[in-house]
Design a protein around this ligand. Sequence first.
Ligand code: N2P
Length: 347
Amino acid sequence: MKKIIAFALALMLAVISCGCAPADDANTITVFNWEDYIDPEVLEDFEEETGITVKYQRFTTNEDMYIKMTKSGASYDVVFPSDYIIERMIAEDLLVELDKSKLTNFENIYDWMQTPDYDPTSTYSMPYMWGTVGVLYNIDMTGEEITSWHQLFDTKYENQVCMMDSIRDTIGVTLKMLGYSINTRSEDELNAAKEALIKQRADGIVMAYGVDDIKDKLINGECAIGLVWSGDAVYAMGFNDSLRYSVPTEGSNVWLDGMVIPKSAKNIEGAHTFINYMMRPDIAARNSEYIGYSTPNEAAIELIDEEMVADSAFNPDDEVIGRCEWFHDLGEMLPIYERIWTEITAN
Ligand code: N2P
């Protein structure tokens, strides 16, 4: 009798611990996206409409995402890298060729974003959001417009400037200030950028290096000037009337973030369903309005609040885009950038 009870108990325990239902990869996807980069209700609606459960994880920078994707052993079904990282992932053969027959909403994407340099036939990536890198500033605190990168290095803004803890963005805009390309392969030019950034810190101008928290510091009036991505500026300006955004005259970076499926994905079918859902005009419009970033989805634009679309931070004109460069994969130059970045951020 005791044996029977013990057996029954063991059976019950086994049933409870496996939850009766074996993990069903076909009904789950793991999505790896940037912080603050989706309307959370869109995720709920996706789950409800498709019956697919989303395990949602976030990263702060491309470099952070790339390391987790390639080194942690974790498997992701959909990932949201920027242009230059997609370029690298394609070169390293890390991505699945997309099945276009399942991506019917791709036709909603602007023509010019259907053929980006880094993936000219959109074989591996679908566009998600795009924008610029620029300066968000509090006009009441600065008392002047910020239109040049040099102003972020001016001692009159001691302890007032937030820089980005993001290797390409911070080094990139400093290179632009000095008149160089954001993709430079010249060590002399890189050293000049390094010296400028080290001096900016030594002079006490940098209040903090941050990423997603920079917009909050600007909203709360904790700092006067921040290096930000355009969508974070649009978001922040919605909370504080004293905030302005500019893309400095020396030029900057224009970027496009995509959605890709890594070869290590477990649910390629579900990943396609998710990517196609993100490109549905109503969904793209909701995400864009919620996060403040510009959608590459032409059909979504007419669904977005007119005031937002009219904002030059959201919708930069050709002249602004014309003075911006795209980032490219650095290839064998990357270790040199990384060494310089360590020297800048070490102390
Ligand atoms: C938002 C992330 C924006 C990505 N937190 C810029 N490429």
